[in-house]
Structure formats: structure tokens, C-alpha cells
Design a protein. Structure first.
Length: 110
């Protein structure tokens, strides 16, 4: 059996912020509300199209691994568990949602 780390999440964007790094890379950190819970999602180096999808109230499908990252704040180490979005699709684009789900099934069966 091959180990697989993949999360599939559908929800509504409840907040987000863009983080710029000294290297020039950028990440959008967003909270997706799903079943009454907030799930943190990271979208690394988003394209202009992806960045345009991240607006409050947008209903999105997110597919990607669950990761825990560590960082330092005020001299203390903290961590955050989040989904790293490999796929980001508006739920209104039914064909793209179906294609993303087919991709997940193919990966699981490979």
C-alpha cells in the first residue's frame, strides 16, 4: 500500500491575507469555513487567476496535502497545520470540480 496525504475540502472563504517573503515569493493564507469549522489553507506562489479566486464569500474546492509547518514568532517556536492547495477551483465551475475529483481518484488508485 502506498501512503497518500491528501485532503479534499469544500467551503467558503471567510478571510485571507497575502504574505510576501524577502525572496519575492508570495503565499495567500486563507480560512475556509466548512461544516461550521475554519480550516487554514495555504496557496503558495498563486497565479493571478488563483489569487483572483480568493475573495471573502467565494465557495471553493481545495485539494492538497495536510502539512504542519513551524516558524518563530517573538523568539518562540509555533506551528500551524494547514492544507497546502495544489488545486483551487470555484464550486460553480462544475466541470473543473469533477475533473479535480477524477484526478484525486486516479492518484488514489495508482
Amino acid at each position: 500500500m502506498t501512503e497518500t496525504n491528501i485532503a479534499i475540502l469544500m467551503g467558503t472563504v471567510s478571510g485571507f491575507r497575502r504574505v510576501e517573503f524577502p525572496s519575492g515569493a508570495a503565499t495567500i493564507l486563507l480560512d475556509l469555513a466548512s461544516n461550521g469549522r475554519m480550516v487554514p489553507v495555504a496557496l503558495a506562489d498563486p497565479s493571478a487567476e488563483q489569487a483572483g479566486l480568493v475573495v471573502e464569500g467565494a465557495e471553493l474546492l481545495v485539494v492538497g496535502p495536510v502539512l504542519r509547518r513551524y516558524f518563530r514568532v517573538a523568539g518562540a517556536t509555533q506551528s500551524r497545520t494547514e492544507i497546502v492547495a495544489d488545486v483551487l477551483v470555484p464550486l460553480r465551475r462544475v466541470d473543473e470540480v469533477e475533473a479535480a475529483m477524477r484526478g484525486v481518484v486516479e492518484m488514489l488508485l495508482a
